[in-house]
Ligand binder design. Structure first.
Ligand code: MD6
Ligand code: FE
Length: 213
């Protein structure tokens, strides 16, 4: 990690117990992350999965790493094979694993070893409704979430669906680390505003790293 980056970056910002915003943490790795995304998509293209109720999800998704998150009529789960190709998901690019580990450590979760990376693509108008991430085996491990491309408004709720939500602005290069007492908080993403990012164009890419198995 480039120490000089932090000289002109704000320190990590605690948002709530267990949740930390690392503004711009991924900026120094942006080119390597984008190359990694391109390599993964060439092997496991983005697709719209079905909800258990049979609706197409608005967010386009794929995975890399030993396990991938999937949704279909049978429900939500992690599995080692891409259901489209029947092959294992592409390996986690080295730059992904390093960044996720460094971010987790900086937020107070040393020894984070992700085995799953979900890649989400949002186009203008795409939203993600309020949900909890609870398909993983071990809630003691955090989630590391990296935002690339167009900015988004992240809704950060409480432990019950009806709790009041806060709005967080997620910009290109921001990393959100989310664990401990925040691990099961409800959250979502407001409809993506239109626009054009100079490197990624008219989209937002989110990488979420988990220890799923
Ligand atoms: C997104 N993120 O930012 C969707 N989940 O596009 C998530 O659903 C998420 O960012 C758990 C922890 C952090 C996240
Ligand atoms: Fe989530």
């Amino acid at each position: 990690m480039n120490a000089s980056l932090f000289d002109d970056e704000p320190a990590e910002m605690p948002l709530a117990p267990g949740a930390t915003m690392l503004r711009g943490f991924a900026l120094a790795h942006s080119a390597a992350l984008q190359a990694g995304v391109a390599a993964v998509l060439a092997q496991a293209p983005l697709r719209q999965m079905l909800t258990p109720g049979g609706k197409l999800m608005a967010v386009w998704m794929t995975n890399c790493g030993p396990l991938g998150w999937v949704s279909d009529r049978r429900g939500y789960r992690y599995q080692a094979q891409d259901p489209v190709s029947g092959r294992p998901w592409p390996a986690l690019p080295a730059a992904f694993a390093e960044l996720a580990q460094q971010a987790a450590e900086r937020a107070g979760f040393p020894r984070f070893e992700p085995d799953a990376c979900l890649i989400n693509r949002y186009l203008p108008g795409t939203r993600l409704s309020l949900h909890q991430d609870r398909d993983e085996q071990d809630f003691s491990q955090p989630i590391v979430s990296v935002s690339l491309g167009l900015p988004a408004v992240f809704l950060f709720g409480g432990l019950s669906r009806g709790d009041k939500t806060e709005r967080l602005d997620l910009q290109h290069g921001d990393v959100l680390v989310w664990g401990g007492p925040a691990r099961l908080r409800f959250h979502g993403v407001m409809p993506l505003a239109g626009g054009r990012h100079e490197e990624l164009g008219e989209q937002r890419i989110n990488l979420t790293f988990r220890k799923a198995g």
